[in-house]
Design a protein around this ligand. Structure first.
Ligand SMILES: C[S@@+](CC[C@H](N)C(=O)[O-])C[C@H]1O[C@@H](n2cnc3c(N)ncnc32)[C@H](O)[C@@H]1O
Length: 239
């Protein structure tokens, strides 16, 4: 039989306030039944599981509306979308804080050196440099729109249309890069392909059991690479 719990019991179990539970209900994340006699909420095991999920998702910073969408649309594509987005938010924040930490360390180094005379301008320089790095990152745009190109990218390579004939020696170049880099694999090196695209180069490393990670700023490229080579480790990121 499915046991039911009162709102206070549930709040006690999770060590949260009853208001928090009511708030999640108001936002449509929880839908407990009501006792027909007194209208009190009755939480069943499924509600408890959902609340546990909500709290876990909150702990990694997911917003209420995103959690609602995850709970309502439990499929791989939707999970990927939300967790990739959240990863991006966390990664950007780490980068922002790293730049600030580095500038503070830089300023502290200068202060320990005791050069009083140029102190103000030194400190300003460090902060300006840090802001410049941040601006470069924030203003980077994918001018080629690789996300749109992704689904036809492998076709482009084969057809190699256009005057420039960019892909004329594509396979030859990939083989050459692989042969040069793989000499190092004997020494136990790990590999990172920046701009992995649909994974054509990385697949050569995979086939030969090398430890390789493919990084790309385009989610669509990564998703195609992953479909083609499920064993390829991929990471979203900008270089
Ligand atoms: C022309 S494709 C090459 C793909 C693959 N390496 C190949 O040989 O077929 C370039 C790839 O690099 C990625 N890319 C371009 N600039 C990047 C950057 N700054 N950071 C990360 N990826 C980038 C693009 O999204 C695209 O998938």
């Amino acid at each position: 039989m499915n046991h039911s719990y009162s709102i206070s019991e549930v709040a006690n179990v999770f060590n949260i306030t009853t208001n928090k539970i009511r708030y999640y209900e108001k936002k449509g994340l929880l839908k407990p039944l009501r006792d027909s006699n007194n209208e009190y909420r009755k939480f069943n095991n499924e509600d408890i599981m959902t609340l546990q999920l909500i709290l876990l998702y909150r702990s990694i910073g997911l917003s209420i509306s995103n959690i609602k969408d995850i709970i309502e649309n439990k499929n791989n594509k939707n999970y990927l979308n939300h967790f990739n987005n959240q990863w991006e938010i966390v990664n950007n924040e780490i980068q922002r804080l790293t730049i600030i930490r580095d500038s503070l360390e830089n300023i502290l180094d200068k202060l320990y050196m005791n050069g009083e005379s140029e102190l103000d301008s030194d400190i300003l320089d460090v902060i300006k440099r840090a802001n410049k790095i941040r601006d470069i990152k924030n203003n980077w745009k994918d001018k080629w729109n690789f996300n749109d190109w992704a689904k036809n990218y492998d076709k482009t390579i084969v057809e190699d249309r256009g005057e420039v004939k960019l892909y004329k020696n594509y396979n030859l170049i990939l083989d050459k890069v692989y042969n040069l880099a793989s000499e190092n694999s004997k020494k136990g090196f790990k590999f990172l392909e920046i701009g992995v695209g649909t994974g054509n180069l990385s697949s050569k490393f995979l086939r030969n059991n090398c430890d390789i990670v493919g990084m790309d700023q385009s989610r669509e490229m990564l998703s195609i690479a992953k479909k083609k080579y499920p064993k390829l480790k991929v990471r979203l990121g900008e270089f």
